[in-house]
Design a protein around this ligand. Sequence first.
Ligand code: SF4
Length: 91
Amino acid sequence: MVAWDGACHMSDRPGLMLRAVGGAIGIAKAVARVEPAEPAEVARRIAICEACPSGCYLERPSRCDLAKGGCGCFLSAKWRIASERCPKGHW
Ligand code: SF4
């Protein structure tokens, strides 16, 4: 283990900083390109999850239970992305 000497070495590594900024921009672009699901489809997904046939639905916040073979996703976001799918094939 290397002991920290108290100095900030980020200025020694401008390439690292540039890569971090580039990564953040890439994520923002990916998020901006996400196609939203239609409101009727969001409502359909919510209804299915709330009565999940596999017993994977967790409330507050809504999540798909990883311990029961679900995806572990926060569903309030997953429901609203058109390309997302239920890991159990329910929607
Ligand atoms: S995503 Fe699928 S498995 Fe997860 S809670 Fe919803 S219906 Fe159940």
